[in-house]
Design a protein around this ligand. Structure first.
Ligand code: SAM
Length: 267
């Protein structure tokens, strides 16, 4: 059997999810970004960017920016030039609408991460990777090669991601106070799912198959080192970023639910 076109199938699934997310979020975001200086970044990420990166005057990009709310926040928090890349036509359209409402100058580009044009190479001081980005990417070394070519020497990539330990559980496990793992942490086959991707409103619908790739933290760290990045910062947290596993924050035996990592290219 030929391998499915993971990326194209995921693009269709994300396009289909866009109006569902818009129903839950877009009016709120339009109102928020009509205020000067608005940001949706939480206190942890804001402090990390302020204290360990510094945004003032920096050129920044977000990979898999979705509706652009975080890319716009980077601009409002002081970054000079910002670009958001995402594969979904529909989410890029939402991002451009938010940018217009905010009166900002953030550029939003509809592209597969693996195909970001060479014109952006060595353009950025900072790349931001947030919640639910890595799991959509079938080829981790390939993704880090793209990051390495987009950054200027000395540039940093900041990850603020869901912890891959969450891939061991299903959504149903959030209904119990003592969740037990169902999937191996060492799983290598992708998860394939026909359920729609409305993790905000939880509206149920069938979609094109979406593919999710479990990447162990060891793979993330080792692949970054292999691509020549230097590890600057790593932290794990007991707070959930996904909206789907929030109930895990109340488990007596708390799991690591999210992490931050900063890696830098040599000068
Ligand atoms: C969970 S969302 C990221 C949400 C974002 N962190 C936020 O909180 O706004 C995942 C995004 O990855 C994008 N995506 C998936 N595969 C991609 C690829 N190969 N290249 C670029 N973007 C991709 C999807 O279109 C979707 O917008």
């Amino acid at each position: 059997m030929p391998e499915p076109d993971y990326t194209e199938s995921n693009r269709a699934a994300w396009n289909q999810a866009a109006p569902y997310h818009a129903r839950q979020q877009l009016d709120h975001l339009l109102a928020l970004f009509s205020q000067p200086g608005a940001s949706t970044l939480d206190a942890t990420l804001t402090a990390l960017l302020r204290d360990r990166v510094g945004l003032e005057g920096k050129t920044a990009a977000q990979l898999s920016c979705n509706n652009g709310r975080e890319t716009l926040s980077l601009r409002n928090l002081g970054a000079a030039r910002c670009v958001g890349f995402d594969i979904s036509d529909e989410f890029i359209a939402q991002a451009r609408l938010l940018n217009q409402t905010a009166g900002l100058d953030v550029e939003f580009v509809r592209t597969d991460l693996y195909a970001i044009p060479a014109a952006y190479d060595r353009s950025f001081d900072l790349l931001l990777i947030t919640i639910g980005t890595l799991g959509w990417l079938p080829d981790l070394p390939g993704a880090f090669q793209v990051m390495a070519r987009l950054l200027r020497p000395g540039g940093k990539v900041v990850f603020y991601e869901m912890h891959p330990i969450l891939d061991m559980f299903d959504q149903d496990d959030t209904l119990t106070e003592t969740p037990a793992p169902r999937h191996s942490y060492f799983k290598t086959e992708p998860f394939a799912d026909q359920e729609g991707l409305d993790y905000y409103g939880n509206e149920q619908y069938q979609g094109p198959t979406s593919y999710w790739f479990h990447h162990r933290l060891a793979d993330v760290i080792n692949e970054l080192l292999r691509q020549g990045f230097l590890l600057e910062w790593f932290e794990e947290y007991g707070h959930d970023l996904t909206n789907e596993f929030a109930s895990f924050e109340r488990c007596a035996a708390l799991l690591p639910l999210s992490y931050s990592l900063i890696a830098r290219l040599p000068e």
